[in-house]
Design a protein around this ligand. Structure first.
Ligand SMILES: C[S@@+](CC[C@H](N)C(=O)[O-])C[C@H]1O[C@@H](n2cnc3c(N)ncnc32)[C@H](O)[C@@H]1O
Length: 282
């Protein structure tokens, strides 16, 4: 007889969701994101060997960096996500240090050249005071001249998500994904009901993301000590606006941005405009 575990969860990224995360996110263009990060690294003339992947999840981006011989540390709050990440690294024979910690309170002795946080992970930090703590912790983890690159969903993007329910059917699971938008509290919430066909187990979990204005994030980063902060509409080198969907922040520790190179910027924008179009990413 199949085991029925009726588990109501208020937290997110339990072992249950972690076990299906990579399948559910199967179309996420991690390699495309990696190429964009590399373009940013080149543009800012950053020498990178040590990378800190914050809210690394199941380690998809950590593994791509490690395969290219970077020394990678991944940090995440979810033990379930990290277990999957560790298993994948072991299978790929990659040495990656995965650490379970809350971004609001983590402290690492080592200093990194590059810190990243991708796939709207920082939208999970639900108030600006906590986000300021994250920025301070990241600042402390970077070497002088290091760079912090992260993406966020804008308020405009989160508030334009269509509420509704989608059924995701995997080989060994069914996941009922319900999008809820709370405009008053500026929250995008996702209720997941996951049924594991192989074990008969059933789990529920709840996700919440909030958005921030670009100006308040810039100010918070500067308050944490970052010197120059550049903000781009995702996959471009064009200054971001609050009306964009996803934006990328590039925050520099004890370093100023390189001199303006309008021709290079134009070339990069044209190249990435074509790439964005081909990949249908906006
Ligand atoms: C959308 S997933 C992104 C994971 C990964 N960056 C990727 O690109 O696949 C968000 C991740 O943020 C993590 N997370 C959320 N809040 C966190 C916190 N306060 N500290 C550390 N990790 C957190 C979750 O556990 C989850 O793995």
């Amino acid at each position: 007889m199949k085991r029925e575990v009726g588990k109501m969860e208020s937290r997110s990224y339990t072992g249950s969701f972690a076990s299906i995360y990579d399948d559910v996110m199967g179309t996420v263009p991690y390699k495309f994101w990696y190429d964009y990060l590399q373009e940013i690294i080149k543009y800012y003339q950053l020498e990178v060997s040590k990378v800190l992947d914050l809210a690394c999840g199941t380690g998809n981006m950590s593994l791509i960096f490690a395969r290219d011989n970077y020394q990678v540390t991944g940090v995440d709050l979810s033990n379930g996500m990290l277990e999957v990440a560790r298993e994948k690294a072991k299978e790929a024979r990659l040495k990656i240090n995965f650490i379970e910690a809350d971004l609001c309170s983590f402290q690492l002795e080592e200093k990194y050249d590059l810190a990243i946080s991708l796939f709207d992970s920082l939208n999970y930090i639900l108030n600006l005071e906590d986000l300021k703590k994250v920025f301070q912790n990241v600042y402390y983890s970077l070497r002088d001249g290091g760079i912090f690159i992260f993406d966020v969903n804008t308020i405009s993007r989160l508030m334009s998500i269509e509420p509704g329910t989608t059924i995701l059917n995997g080989e060994d699971y069914t996941c009922i994904w319900e999008d809820i938008v709370n405009k008053e509290k500026k929250l995008w919430q996702v209720r997941l009901k996951i049924y594991h066909k192989d074990t008969g187990e059933y789990h529920e979990e709840f996700h919440q993301e909030t958005g921030y204005k670009i100006a308040e994030l810039r100010e918070a980063l500067q308050e944490a000590g970052f010197q120059d902060v550049d903000i781009y509409n995702a996959y471009t080198f064009t200054a971001a606006s609050d009306n964009d969907n996803r934006v990328y922040f590039v925050a520099l520790k004890n370093r100023t941005r390189p001199a303006e190179r309008p021709v290079l910027r134009l070339v990069k924008n044209l190249k990435w405009g074509v790439k964005r179009f081909i990949n249908g990413l906006y």
